[in-house]
Design a protein around this ligand. Structure first.
Ligand SMILES: Nc1ncnc2c1ncn2[C@@H]1O[C@H](COP(=O)(O)OP(=O)(O)O)[C@@H](O)[C@H]1O
Ligand SMILES: [Mg+2]
Length: 331
């Protein structure tokens, strides 16, 4: 099975975008996919996929209550299915107070059992919930986590539970630092958690045509330290429109979502986007990335043929590993 945490040291590095597109790609490949949103901030995966209506209500059951072993209902009732067939465990405001709630639980339980707080397995709670209590591996082929970037209890719980990282990086002055620091960081986390952590691949993302960006990309592509199966180009319009389409970049193109000015107001509607080859190419890159992680990292065989069914157009088929349009299928 596939288990990945989409990791980056900083915010705004396309974690949520990458998570959503990977999840949608795997669902299109026929896998059963579950995404866990551990980021309590606005503009997270929960709002992207248009789920988690009650995320601000402290009385409703949510993932934090289950991690802390005080559920208010069935775990299965937390799961919502997006239009694209991706199951999502939505974010909740309680994720912001996770550490203080966890501290209370630890104080109480270590007091009762007369054990030291340091012995408490604070990073193992999510692992226990997902695999031991809920046996998610029996239901899903792929589980992804979009974590909070801060190196705290939640991130460590995510990594302890899933073990493999996928790291989008963005060309910027700071991007270089995270390139150099990534291996070290993975090693430190392995030490801290006393487990093996794998780095599936690094994904240079938002790569533009400028010299600086191209240079930056070469630096990644030339390294033996980790795999860079694809680079994702600078596609602000496509990726930003995901938030209007409430779904993946595949959905944006297939349904033709576009944001435009109408009578002095910005509106977003399906059925208006012109098909651009470079955007289609980016969908192929995303699909190839999903195929790489599935097959090369996890040994899960997937169908690498991407079928795009863009409105008012014949369905188009691409074999993303060969990277040529294989045939045009007629409806
Ligand atoms: N390849 C890309 N090129 C340009 N902009 C992008 C790309 N991918 C994502 N974005 C945009 O960058 C912003 C931040 O992305 P997001 O995935 O929310 O980052 P994070 O979750 O790491 O904070 C969003 O507005 C998103 O639409
Ligand atoms: Mg995010």
């Amino acid at each position: 099975m596939i288990t990945v945490v989409v990791y980056s040291e900083s915010g705004g590095t396309f974690k949520t975008t990458t998570t959503a597109n990977l999840a949608a790609a795997w669902a299109r490949m026929g896998l059963d996919v579950c995404v866990i949103d551990l980021d309590p901030q606005e503009g997270n995966l929960t709002s992207l996929f248009d789920v988690g209506e009650h995320r601000s209500d402290p009385d409703v059951d949510n993932l934090v209550k289950h991690i802390l072993e005080m559920p208010d209902g069935d775990f299965d009732d937390l799961i919502e299915t997006s239009d694209e067939g991706v199951d999502v465990i939505p974010s909740h405001d309680m994720l912001s107070d996770f550490t203080s709630n966890l501290e209370q639980k630890i104080s109480y339980e270590t007091g009762m059992k007369n054990m030291s707080k340091a012995e408490y397995p604070r990073y193992e709670l999510l692992h226990e919930l997902l695999w031991e209590k809920q046996a998610l591996h029996e239901e899903y082929d792929a589980v992804l986590i979009d974590p909070n970037a801060r190196a705290e209890d939640l991130l460590y719980n995510a990594i302890f539970a899933l073990r493999t990282l996928v790291a989008p990086v963005k060309p910027a002055g700071k991007g270089n630092l995270s390139l150099d620091g990534l291996e070290e960081l993975v090693a430190n986390m392995s030490d801290e958690l006393d487990i093996q952590i794998g780095l599936s691949c690094v994904i240079p993302s938002g790569v533009g045509q400028t010299n600086a960006h191209q240079q930056y990309y070469k630096q990644f592509d030339g390294t033996d330290e980790f795999d860079t199966p694809v680079a994702i180009a600078d596609r602000e319009s496509l990726m930003d429109t995901m938030w209007e389409a409430r779904g993946s970049a595949f959905k944006v193109l297939e349904e033709g979502w576009k944001t435009f000015e109408d009578d002095g107001e910005m509106v977003s509607e399906p059925g208006h986007r012109r098909v651009r080859d470079r955007e289609v190419e980016t969908l192929c890159d995303l699909y190839e990335l999903a195929a790489f992680i599935a097959t090369d990292t996890f040994g899960v065989d997937v169908d690498t043929e991407l079928v795009l069914d863009i409105q008012d157009d014949e369905p188009r088929t691409f074999d993303v590993r060969e990277r040529a349009e294989t045939e045009v299928v007629t409806r």
